[in-house]
Design a protein around this ligand. Structure first.
Ligand code: GLA
Length: 386
C-alpha cells in the first residue's frame, strides 16, 4: 500500500514524469464482500461494498499509438507498449491490469489511442480487497470517457471481466468490478450475477454502533493459479451432473437429491454455493428489517461453509475469525476468493480495540506474521476526480 496521492498531487507528479498536464484523474475503489462468496460465477447473489481505499489514474491521450505507464509505487520505472500490438507477454507487474483493459476495449471494437498514465493506489495488494479491479475500473472509467466508449456500467463490468479472464488469466466472476463501479457510501451492492440487476442496501455500521474490521492476514493469494480455478471446475461439474445451467438454479430443497447423485467432495462444493446464495438473501432481508447487528450469525455460517464445504480458508483466516469472535465480534468470515487475504469482523464499537488486540496476540502466539487490522465503511464507486 502506498500513501494517499490526492488528485492534485497525482496531477503534479504526472507533470513531472510526462512533462504535461493529464487530461484528467479518475479513481475506483477496492471492495470488501459482506457475504456471497464464489457465488458470482455460478450466476448467484453477492453483497459486496466499495471501500474508502482507491486506485487513482492520471491519464493523457497521445496523438500516436505509444502507451507509457508508470506508478507511484514499486521501482519498475516506465513501461512502454504500443496500442497496435497489446500482448500479455509484454506486461510486467501491475501493468497487466491497465493493458488488459485496453486490450478488452479493443476486443469490443473501440479504437484505443496511445496514452500516458500514472497510477497511485492505497488499496492493499494481495489482501483480497481487489486492488487489481480497482486499477481496472479506474482505467475503464477513464478510457470510456476519454476515448468515447459510450459504455454503460454493465458493459464496463464485462470489459474488466474479459481483461481478467482472457488477458490477466484469472477465471474470476463479476463481483469485484461491480462493487468498484457501482459502490455507494453507506450501502452494500446487492447484485444478481445472472442478469446484473442490482439494489443498494443500506449498511451503516457506524450508525448501528458497530465497526467493520478488516483483518489482513498477510497470507498472499493468487487467483490466476490453483484453488480458485479448481473450485470453479467443481461447480461446473456439479451443475452438469445435476442437469442445470448453473448452480444458481438449485435451492436448498434440491440438496437431498444432489447428495445421491454427486461424489462427496462435489456435493460439499455445491452445498456451499446453494446455502451461500440463501445466506445472501437472508442477509439482505435482515439488513432491511433489523439492521447490521442482525447479520452476525449469517457471517459465521458463511465462514463455516467456506472452511468445511468449499475448503478455501486457511489456518490464519480461521484463527482471525475465531479470535475476533471470542473477543466480542458479532460475526466474522473470510472475504474474497480465499486461500489467504483478509477476514472481516463485525464488531461493537466498544469491543473493537479488544478484538484488534486479541487477533494480534493470537497471531503472535501462533508464530504468524502480524496482521494488518483496520476499519472500513462503504464508499462511493468509480468516478472522475479532476
Ligand atoms: C474473487 C473473484 C470474484 C469472486 C470472489 C469469490 O474476488 O475476483 O469474482 O469469485 O473471488 O467470491
Amino acid at each position: 500500500m502506498t500513501a494517499r496521492f490526492g488528485p492534485g498531487e497525482l496531477s503534479a507528479s504526472f507533470r513531472s514524469v510526462f512533462g504535461t498536464d493529464p487530461d484528467g484523474v479518475w479513481q475506483a475503489p477496492g471492495r470488501v464482500n459482506l457475504i456471497g462468496e464464489h457465488t458470482d460465477y455460478n450466476e448467484g447473489f453477492v453483497l459486496p461494498f466499495a471501500i474508502d481505499r482507491t486506485a487513482r489514474v492520471a491519464v493523457r491521450l497521445r496523438p500516436d499509438s505509444t502507451i507509457r505507464l508508470m506508478s507511484t509505487f514499486g521501482n519498475q520505472g516506465l513501461t512502454t507498449a504500443d496500442a497496435g500490438s497489446l500482448s500479455r507477454a509484454a506486461a510486467r507487474g501491475w501493468t497487466k491490469y491497465p493493458l488488459g483493459v485496453l486490450w478488452a476495449l479493443q476486443q469490443r471494437g473501440l479504437a484505443v489511442p496511445g496514452l500516458d498514465l500514472l497510477l497511485a493506489s492505497d488499496v492493499p495488494r494481495g489482501a483480497g480487497l481487489s486492488s487489481s479491479h480497482a486499477i481496472e475500473c479506474a482505467v475503464v472509467t477513464a478510457m470510456n470517457e476519454l476515448a468515447g466508449g459510450g459504455l454503460g456500467v454493465e458493459d464496463m463490468v464485462l470489459v474488466t471481466q474479459r481483461a481478467e479472464n482472457d488477458f490477466v488469466g484469472a477465471p474470476t466472476g463479476i463481483m469485484d468490478q461491480s462493487a468498484s463501479l457501482r459502490g455507494s457510501s453507506d450501502h452494500a451492492v446487492f447484485l444478481d450475477c445472472r442478469d446484473q440487476s442490482v439494489e443498494l442496501v443500506p449498511f451503516d455500521a457506524e450508525q448501528a454502533g458497530l465497526e467493520l474490521l478488516v483483518i489482513d492476514t498477510k497470507v498472499s493469494h493468487s487467483h490466476a493459479t490453483g484453488g480458485y480455478a479448481a473450485r470453479r471446475v467443481s461447480c461446473e461439474l456439479g451443475a452438469e451432473v445435476l442437469g442445470v445451467a448453473s448452480l444458481r438454479s438449485l435451492s436448498l430443497g434440491d440438496l437431498d437429491e444432489a447428495l445421491g447423485l454427486l461424489d462427496e467432495e462435489t456435493f460439499r462444493r455445491v452445498r456451499h454455493v446453494v446455502t451461500e446464495n440463501d445466506r445472501v438473501l437472508q442477509t439482505v432481508e435482515a439488513l432491511r428489517s433489523a439492521g447490521p447487528r442482525a447479520i452476525g450469525p449469517l457471517l459465521d455460517a458463511s465462514h463455516g461453509s467456506m472452511r468445511d464445504d468449499f475448503e478455501i480458508s486457511c489456518p490464519e483466516l480461521d484463527l482471525a475469525v475465531e479470535a475476533a469472535r471470542s473477543a466480542g465480534a458479532l460475526g466474522a468470515r473470510m472475504t474474497g476468493g480465499g486461500f489467504g487475504g483478509s477476514a472481516i469482523a463485525l464488531t461493537p464499537q466498544g469491543a473493537a480495540r479488544g478484538v484488534r488486540d486479541a487477533v494480534g496476540r493470537s497471531f503472535a502466539a501462533a508464530g504468524y506474521a502480524a496482521p494488518d487490522i483496520f476499519s472500513v465503511r462503504p464508499a462511493a464507486g468509480a468516478m472522475r476526480v479532476a
